[in-house]
Design a protein around this ligand. Structure first.
Ligand code: HEC
Length: 136
């Protein structure tokens, strides 16, 4: 190999190496978005905190127990004491106390408390509280 041909070979090899490396770099840049988990599509619902059947049972209990005689939800029922968003205002213990007319709630409810206390025996009480809890 002559000195010139060796220099030419070296130049060609360097150029090939540069091309190969930039191709690799480009490929890695194009691939990298694939390694990032795809964001959930907007239509995908968030993981349900409580199951829909239980919420439906709670809603049915709310209707059966005539809560709407004094309360409204989403514009249905007596508008004087709306329960929209009650799950954000009250924790589970307070939801229970107000539903059953117990403790501090009993004092504020007066005569209505005795009526509410009858709800304590209802078999769907827990589902009812789940329903109220998810009214955000
Ligand atoms: C005879 C009327 C009456 C009935 C029936 C009734 N409530 Fe109430 N309830 C009230 C009154 C009055 C209050 C206190 C006023 C208020 O905070 O809106 C109240 C308060 C509440 C609260 C607290 C509301 C808040 O925003 O702090 C919850 C929860 C509640 N009731 C649940 C129920 C459920 C569930 C039922 C049915 C099982 C029911 N109530 C039936 C009269 C009633």
């Amino acid at each position: 190999m002559t000195r010139e041909s060796r220099a030419e070979w070296l130049a060609a090899a360097t150029a090939a190496l540069v091309i190969a490396l930039s191709a690799l770099f480009a490929a890695l840049r194009n691939l990298s978005p694939l390694s990032v988990p795809a964001p959930q599509s907007a239509a995908a619902p968030p993981a349900p905190a409580v199951d829909a059947a239980r919420i439906a049972a709670g809603r049915a209990a709310f209707e059966r127990m005539n809560c709407a005689m004094c309360h409204s939800i989403a514009g249905r029922g007596n508008p004087s004491h709306p329960l929209d968003g009650v799950g954000s205002r009250l924790d589970r213990a307070l939801l229970r106390a107000w539903t059953l007319g117990e403790g501090e709630a009993a004092a504020q409810l007066g005569g209505i408390a005795a009526m509410k206390q009858r709800n304590a025996a209802d078999p769907e009480l827990d589902a009812l509280l789940d329903y109220l809890q998810q009214l955000r």
